[in-house]
Design a protein around this ligand. Structure first.
Ligand code: MN
Length: 200
């Protein structure tokens, strides 16, 4: 299924005459896949975790946000594929529109797919997600190191867990308070973006 077809759900939910969210562009071949974690102050305050697979961002809503503490298992609920240029989206989705509320880019960067089969051979990252278990190393400005996403429930209430791998490192920070956290893109808080503060 091509990216344009994959984005049908995303586009169907939105009126691009009203929201400034992107309609979508295609991937530049050969570059490292990207990830983004957004904080989204919508009907509920949550984090959105997105990993590039081909020319879309596979997406999960994470109520508590990702944690760098391997003891934390964070619930991740899949949402519709988003366009690649969503990784730069920060702003206010108008009230009454789908996902209405403020969005900041909490962290972004690239990731290395680490999924292997039982023989230790690398497997296609998108395929490993379809099979319900994927490992990857994040290179963000806040999140670093290896994480795994694992599906534990299928069907209508499909649910996953996002967990940091133990790599013998201490000093985990957990997840910062989303109301005080600052954008990795602009340094702004949710409140500053909501108030229409200028970037930079
Ligand atoms: Mn969201």
């Amino acid at each position: 299924m091509g990216g344009q077809e994959r984005l049908r759900d995303y586009r169907g939910k939105r009126d691009f005459g009203r929201t400034e969210e992107p309609e979508g562009r295609t991937a530049s071949p050969g570059s490292a896949p990207r990830f983004v974690v957004q904080i989204h102050d919508a009907s509920t305050l949550h984090f959105d975790f997105r990993l590039q697979v081909d020319d879309v961002l596979k997406s999960w809503s994470i109520p508590k946000g990702p944690s760098d503490d391997p003891k934390d298992k964070r619930l991740a609920v899949p949402t519709e594929d988003h366009p690649l240029d969503y990784d730069e989206f920060e702003g206010v989705i108008p009230r009454g529109e789908y996902g209405g509320g403020t969005v900041i880019v909490w962290d972004h960067g690239t990731f290395e797919p680490l999924s292997h089969d039982r023989q230790g051979r690398p497997v296609d990252f998108g395929e490993s997600l379809e099979h319900g278990h994927a490992r990857f190393r994040l290179h963000g400005s806040k999140l670093h190191g290896e994480y795994a996403l694992t599906r534990f429930r299928k069907g209508k209430d499909e649910s996953w867990l996002l967990v940091k791998a133990s790599e013998g490192r201490t000093g985990a920070q957990g997840t910062p308070d989303p109301r005080r956290a600052r954008s990795a893109r602009s340094g702004r808080t949710l409140a500053q973006v909501a108030a229409g503060g200028r970037e930079g």
